[in-house]
Design a protein around this ligand. Structure first.
Ligand code: G3P
Ligand code: CA
Length: 268
């Protein structure tokens, strides 16, 4: 990958649209991915979970209540867990109206649909396995979809990172697809970073926990594929914080307002 041979300063920090450009369009929808594209943002973050009948869907919360009209459509199905609904039921929901009437009728995308849109838009994907402990075997299913849509090919897999707060799940992804870049979400103690570097190519901490010393400690290590470990941090929506984090040396900034961050730090 040509990018990795250039000094980091030459290409700038990567800017990742969190759940899509979710300050401007309903999170984790195709509209939010398109909004990021329209803003000129290459990278999109999303969250993947699984329905009762085994379909992978893009949704952040463990329940459908906050970001859809599920309480109105299925009033008797509290607490409206993603895993209690079929794909067909979820397809009936409106995932846009809660955000604004402009997005009425926006759907909860299946992972398959979301990935196809990433391909079509020429975007890069920071895929989060959300609560994978609730969905045994989800790593293999996600990897199968990625493979089926060509994302594990040599030319495409550099546009992909699979991350999770669940270290066991990240390890499983690495074992099942050793060439796929992985990220661990969190801030492990410096003394433990070496263990994470056996299966994670990135350490992705909450921005309030990042220091220059921490970034340096991560950068001193090489990941499972021999490349310098990277730091993508979240979730940063203001220019001053973004600049401070770039000064500390982070490689990526995950933002609901990726245009603000891009304009502040000159990334892409
Ligand atoms: O990509 C990092 C960030 O999304 C992790 O937090 O809760 O927004 O999934 P959360
Ligand atoms: Ca996430």
């Amino acid at each position: 990958a040509p990018d990795e041979r250039l000094p980091r300063g030459a290409v700038g920090v990567r800017v990742i649209a969190h759940r899509g450009a979710s300050a401007y369009a309903p999170e984790n929808t195709l509209a939010a991915a398109d909004k990021a594209r329209d803003l000129g943002i290459d990278w999109v973050e999303n969250d993947v979970q699984r329905t009762r009948d085994g379909e992978l869907v893009v949704m952040h919360d463990e329940t459908l209540a906050r970001t859809t009209d599920v309480e109105r459509v299925f009033p008797d199905r509290a607490p409206w867990k993603v895993s209690d609904f079929t794909a067909e039921e979820i397809a009936q929901l409106d995932a846009g109206s809660w955000f604004s009437s402009e997005y009425a009728g926006e759907k909860v995308p299946t992972f398959s649909e979301f990935l196809a849109r990433m391909t079509e838009n020429g975007q890069k994907l920071l895929l989060e396995l959300k609560k994978p402990e609730l969905y045994p075997g989800i790593e293999r299913e996600v990897l199968k979809e990625l493979r089926d849509q060509g994302w594990l090919n040599y030319s495409k897999r550099r546009d992909l990172v699979v991350q999770s707060f669940n270290a066991d799940s990240v390890r499983v992804v690495h074992q099942q697809a050793p060439r796929v870049k992985t990220g661990f979400l969190g801030t492990p103690p410096v003394s433990q970073l070496r263990d994470y570097a056996r299966f994670a190519d990135q350490i992705n901490p909450r921005h309030t926990t990042v220091t220059r010393e921490y970034v340096d400690a991560v950068h001193r290590l090489r990941g499972p594929q021999g490349q310098r470990l990277e730091v993508f941090t979240w979730t940063v929506d203001d220019a001053a914080t973004a600049r401070r984090l770039v000064d500390m040396g982070v490689d990526g900034i995950i933002s609901n307002r990726p245009d603000v961050v891009r304009d502040a730090v000159g990334g892409r």
